[in-house]
Write a protein that binds this ligand. Structure first.
Ligand code: GLY
Length: 304
């Protein structure tokens, strides 16, 4: 497999989705517009919520983006795992009442195996518990044997972030090999360690959560996919972590130079180097979207 760079992968995805009839849109700001449920944009779908609910008419019923995102829910893992970062770019293809599970699943497989060239034998789909429609598409149409399709519950395979459009999902994991495994008995797809890395998430957005756990069925069936560009680059470039992919590695090396530290000499230093690298990315993109840092508590609260 060719070791594509981050910038190549981003373009490959957007071009592929454009060839499937999607309108390529620019990343939206990290600052949510008209959405009080979020402090920062945390997923490709977040700025598009009104199109999923039908409240606004999208410029096209098929849209694709590479969205700047910040997620802090897993902040304690940043620097310690291969895959966590507070800032990341999310590649996404979206259907607003247009195509649904069949096309979304087929295209995710086509992109990963035919366009990027990932080894199909190292890819494992997961589905929501009783989503037999998704199971049949993976099994009967794509040809994945039943024992390679994992069924997970709400915690893993139902996508929602607070209030808004949500639904069951079908993820695709890539087996990076034993050397990244935890070695614990039962380490398999879904394990918290860095061996099976989730690269793609197909969300079947059919419901709206009112923020209090009450779900209503949306007027239209939608698709919201999310693929972390940095994670995809990790598996494509066959490197240890997101801090080793081409673009982020350049920044990490600069951090080492300024701090007079050598990477991979000492675990505690490495965690700090990764944390600083990650936080520089987040801070830079937030500042570029007009979010100014302050050490004055009063200023912080007046901004909220
Ligand atoms: N909205 C899909 C995801 O963030 O994985």
């Amino acid at each position: 497999m060719k070791k594509y760079g981050v910038n190549e992968l981003r373009k490959m995805f957007l071009d592929f989705m454009e060839s499937k009839g999607h309108l390529v849109m620019k990343s939206f700001s990290l600052v949510p517009q008209g959405d009080k449920s979020l402090l920062l944009i945390n997923a490709g779908m977040a700025p598009l919520k009104p199109y999923f609910t039908g409240a606004e008419k999208p410029p096209r019923t098929r849209v694709t983006t590479c969205q700047k995102c910040i997620r802090t829910g897993d902040i304690e893992n940043v620097g310690k795992t291969a895959r966590h970062g507070t800032f990341f770019e999310m590649l996404g293809n979206f259907s607003f009442g247009d195509y649904f599970k069949k096309e979304a699943i087929h295209w995710s497989w086509e992109f990963l195996t035919e366009v990027v060239g990932l080894d199909a034998n190292r890819l494992y789909p997961s589905i929501y518990l009783d989503d037999n429609e998704a199971f049949d598409i993976w099994n009967k149409e794509v040809g994945i044997p039943a024992e390679r399709i994992f069924r997970f519950g709400k915690e893993d395979n139902f996508w929602e972030h607070g209030a808004g459009p949500c639904g069951p999902c079908s993820e695709i994991y890539y087996d990076r090999g034993e050397k990244y495994g935890c070695g614990k008995p039962g380490c398999t797809v879904g394990c918290d360690c860095d061996r099976y890395m989730e690269v793609w998430n197909n969300v079947f957005t059919q419901f709206e959560n009112d923020g209090n756990g009450n779900y209503t069925t949306l007027k239209q069936k939608n698709i919201d996919t999310g693929m972390g560009l940095e994670r995809l680059a990790v598996v494509v470039q066959d490197v240890d972590s997101i801090f080793d992919v081409d673009t982020i590695c350049a920044l990490r090396n600069l951090v080492c130079e300024i701090a007079h530290k050598e990477y991979e000499k000492n675990y505690a230093d490495d965690v700090s180097i990764r944390l600083i690298t990650d936080h520089i990315r987040s801070a830079t993109f937030m500042i570029s979207d007009g979010i100014m840092p302050t050490n004055e508590v009063a200023a912080m609260f007046s901004a909220v």
